[in-house]
Write a protein that binds this ligand. Structure first.
Ligand code: NAP
Length: 584
């Protein structure tokens, strides 16, 4: 008769699965800071399906995902699963692991009981029509990140995974090292190798953002293995040596530049010229590092909003910017001229399929991929490790935690096939940038789920608009328009053609942009038609105010011309809406 529960560190006889197991659990009533959300509990060991495997976890990798799971935002992962029919009222996180196979379902052919494995974190329904038809499972609607979007992750004595997730553990690595690299390395592999003709090749140049981070450290090594040259971007010279030991030809300190963020308005001559100056000097720095005037064929992106404009600008004609995250924000701006005239590709990428994960793992098995483990924790410290991440006080690189392994340094049973320099991060290294948003969030699609309710108090545009149109002709000078604005104390003038049709609006922003990079006389001499925003955005006086506000904000405008029976009769502006808010 087998024991019902084994103490952590006591290994049950191979293949014997106890009824219960120790685990770190998150529950809805304690969502919040990781040190409180994670609690040790004993739960039933999960049963497995025919295509599944039960693995005794020796060590687990730590990722941001479970900081978000602990907080319960932006998604309550437990409620989301309960809604889709799963009954467990808790979450066991953990999307990276090393361990020993203890039980296999009858359809599993790639591993057997006793195998030492690492696991990739992609799960999908093998009965999904897309997958059955041979489609990339990464595009399946059933795709989930194990241990974040699914339960039974690696922060427990046993984890339940699909057979294809299991890959051979590199013998030269310890349990904690081998638990550290799969999620980031497989993501980096797909980003660099998953995009047909745009994928990385021998002789290419790759620009790698965050070279000392989890993804970047893997990308440098993957680029090196294929014979490409990489240039790493980091936030300080103290990380140069680390990236170069991993294989980067050289590094750039991003703090030497200040042109980051969204692009200036394309009509803003002065702002655009300043931005161009910044981005050109960044491009010239790439040449300096390379020792030749070459642009990156591939740009490895994840910071997002602050860096995408630069990535697209510096990328070689016909090259690819491949992005898997928007750590600094999701609203990246793109100067489309560079995309179409220089025929660059902006490619989204998310984790990796089993084939790509295994290709990546071959590199690890061959000893060509350092796991870049920066810190390992004991089982008791699991919540602290997540708290450090939450507080942004964790080091760069990849972190892991012991689960079944009783000490650090166990589990390695062979020598690395090739000798590798084992790089170390600068002493006392911690993150200096805000924690990223989750790598996976539910996005609305065409079919939608819940019916959307839009609340509205019924106010119409006619209730707030100003009647009367103050206009100019397309041939009036900017000087004339400025005088109208000042005399009438208004912020925009409608441009009307000879037939009384509104053909554009000259706003204060248009006036200010006209002055950028020009003398006052040059600006004044310009014509309204040259500076106006064409195509005058209008709304009917009967339109709901909330719809008008959506029009204004979506188009980044401050006012709309109001029409009745198709004829312009007045204006509604943001100021009018603000007045309503304060009840004036
Ligand atoms: P990480 O270890 O924190 O490294 C990210 C690096 O980005 C930082 O070390 C930082 O390096 C750099 N960085 C931060 N802010 C920056 C900015 N404003 N401009 C330029 N660089 C900046 O994180 P990671 O594990 O590499 O993951 C990076 C992102 O990818 C995260 O958002 C993560 O959630 C996401 N991710 C997505 C997937 C997926 O499948 N979709 C998979 C894994 C990770 P310096 O300060 O040295 O520049």
């Amino acid at each position: 008769m087998s024991k019902q529960l084994y103490e952590l560190g006591d290994m049950p006889p191979l293949g014997e699965v106890p009824e219960k197991m120790h685990a770190w659990l998150i529950r809805q009533d304690r969502f919040g800071k990781p040190t409180e959300a994670f609690q040790k509990e004993v739960v039933n060991t999960p049963a497995i399906a025919d295509d599944e495997v039960l693995v005794l976890v020796m060590a687990a990798g730590i990722n941001y995902n479970n900081v978000w799971a602990a907080l319960g935002i932006p998604v309550n992962v437990i409620a989301a699963r309960n809604k889709s029919g799963e009954v467990e009222d808790f979450h066991i996180g953990g999307s990276d692991a090393s361990g020993i196979v203890y039980k296999v379902g009858k359809d599993v052919t790639n591993v057997k009981v006793g195998d030492e494995v690492v696991m990739h974190c992609g799960q999908w329904n093998r009965n999904c029509a897309w997958v059955q038809g041979g489609g990339d499972p990464m595009y399946s609607p059933s795709f989930r990140i194990w241990g974040y979007e699914t339960n039974w992750g690696s922060f427990a004595q046993f984890t339940k995974v699909q057979g294809h997730q299991c890959m051979p553990k590199p013998k030269h690595m310890t349990w904690e090292e081998s638990a550290a690299y799969t999620l980031v390395a497989a993501t980096a592999w797909r980003m660099l190798h998953g995009w047909g003709a745009s994928s990385i090749k021998k002789g290419d140049v790759a620009l790698i953002w965050g070279g000392a981070g989890g993804l970047g450290s893997m990308a440098i090594q993957i680029a090196k293995a294929v014979g490409a040259t990489s240039v790493a971007v980091v936030s300080g010279e103290d990380k140069f040596d680390y990236c170069m030991k991993l294989g980067a030809k050289g590094c750039i300190n991003r703090n030497e530049f200040d042109h980051w963020g969204m692009l200036p308005h394309w009509k803003d001559n002065a702002g655009y010229a300043k931005w161009l100056k910044g981005v050109r000097s960044f491009g010239a720095k790439i040449w300096d590092v390379l020792g030749e005037r070459r642009a990156p064929n591939i740009v490895f992106e994840h910071p997002g909003e602050t860096t995408i404009p630069t990535s697209i600008f510096v990328c070689e004609t016909g090259g690819m910017v491949v992005v898997c995250a928007g750590t600094t924000g999701y609203n990246a701006t793109v100067d489309l001229r560079y995309l179409w005239m220089r025929q660059k590709r902006l490619q989204g990428s998310h984790f990796a399929n089993a084939e790509q994960s295994n290709q990546m793992n071959q590199l690890a098995l061959r000893g060509q991929l350092d796991p870049c483990m920066s810190r390992a924790f004991t089982y008791e410290e699991l919540p602290i490790a997540h708290q450090l991440m939450h507080d942004n006080k964790h080091p760069h690189g990849n972190m892991s935690v012991l689960i079944g392994a009783t000490q650090f340094g166990l589990g390695a049973s062979g020598k690395a096939p090739v000798a590798m320099v084992h790089p170390t991060l600068p002493k006392g290294d911690v993150h200096t940038t805000p924690a990223p948003y989750p790598m996976s969030v539910p996005l609305p699609d065409i079919a939608g789920g819940e019916p959307l309710t839009i609340s509205d108090d019924g106010t119409r545009v006619r209730d707030l608009m100003h009647r009367g149109i103050i206009s100019c002709t397309p041939d009036d000078t900017v000087g004339t328009v400025a005088k109208i604005m000042v005399d009438k104390e208004i912020h925009a003038v409608v441009v009307m053609d000879g037939e009384g049709q509104a053909v554009g609006v000259v706003s204060q922003t248009d006036m200010v942009l006209a002055r950028q990079g020009r003398t006052p006389d040059e600006a004044r001499a310009m014509r309204a038609r040259e500076v106006m925003t064409p195509g005058c955005a209008t709304c009917d006086a009967d339109m709901l105010l909330s719809d008008a506000v959506s029009l204004l904000t979506a188009r980044r405008m401050h006012r709309l011309v109001v029409t009745e029976n198709g004829q312009p009769v007045g204006v509604i502006s943001m100021t009018d809406v603000v007045r309503k808010i304060i009840g004036e």
